[in-house]
Ligand binder design. Structure first.
Ligand code: ARG
Length: 254
């Protein structure tokens, strides 16, 4: 009997939670808090969104946006540079308030963190040696593909390309170096860093239109709706007053 009751209760509870889930947006906006100092996690191996500049500081579009957001919210911003694949875990253990890392919104990640409104659209590009054979996605089948570990490029190469041999590197630039020295056939990486890597290295070319668009957003801890809303408001403001476009021009170009 007791067992049955517990089961029934659990059922009711689950149902209640489900219903509550429907109205989540409004309800949750009381959740969380805006910290006096926002700890922002990134992986500064992803130009022009984040990189280490000549002074040894973490710089880039995401950092500039987050600093401006911090000003508008009235919080200090501290940047923590770490491996890309550690970012979500670090946020789940409460060590980061925000992830600003050119991070693509995926369903899998949405189970672990919340995302702000998207601020940029990108896609995965293929880098190959000049005059290479890759023209369509099927041409990648069976190839050795270099990627940055834990990225959507990694996921794509691992899950979507038949018989791929995926080589995972901590830094995108190391994947590119591996391609250059003949250790892999291609690199799959996000469009903007791909363009930067091509500029910085001779003898490489891009294959651009093989994959779907991806949306970048900042991540916050699950249910820290206060911080998420504040960031979204600041982003809206920055778009309205031209600050956002100014930073796009400064860091990304076009
Ligand atoms: N957009 C890709 C992803 O979310 C790659 C991001 C890599 N970012 C970085 N800072 N290294 O998986």
């Amino acid at each position: 009997m007791r067992k049955f009751l517990t089961a029934a209760l659990t059922g009711v509870l689950a149902a209640t939670m489900l219903f509550a889930g429907c109205g989540k947006k409004e309800e949750a906006s009381d959740g969380g808090k805006i910290p006096e100092k926002i700890v922002v996690g990134t992986n500064a191996e992803f130009p022009p969104f984040e990189f280490v500049n000549d002074d040894g500081d973490v710089d880039g579009f995401d950092m500039a946006v987050m600093k401006e957001v911090g000003k508008r919210i009235g919080s200090d911003v501290e940047i923590k540079n770490m491996e890309f694949k550690s970012l979500i875990g670090s946020m789940e253990s409460g060590n980061l308030d925000v992830i600003a890392a050119g991070m693509t919104v995926t369903e899998e990640r949405e189970r672990k963190v919340d995302f702000t409104d998207s601020y940029y659209t990108a896609k995965q590009y293929v880098i190959q040696k000049e005059n290479g054979d890759i023209k369509k996605a099927e041409d990648l089948e069976g190839l050795t593909i270099a990627v940055q570990e834990g990225t959507t490029g990694d996921l794509l190469a691992t899950d979507e390309i038949k018989d791929s041999n995926v080589k995972r590197f901590k830094k995108g630039v190391d994947a590119v170096m591996d391609l250059k020295k003949g250790g892999s056939d291609v690199v799959i990486i996000d469009s903007n860093p791909a363009q930067e890597f091509i500029k910085a290295n001779e003898g490489l070319e891009l294959v651009k239109d093989l994959f779907e668009d991806e949306k970048y957003a900042f991540a916050v801890q699950k249910d820290n709706a206060k911080l998420k809303d504040a960031i979204n408001d600041a982003l809206d403001e920055m778009k309205d007053d031209g600050t956002f476009d100014k930073l796009v021009k400064e860091y990304i170009g076009q």
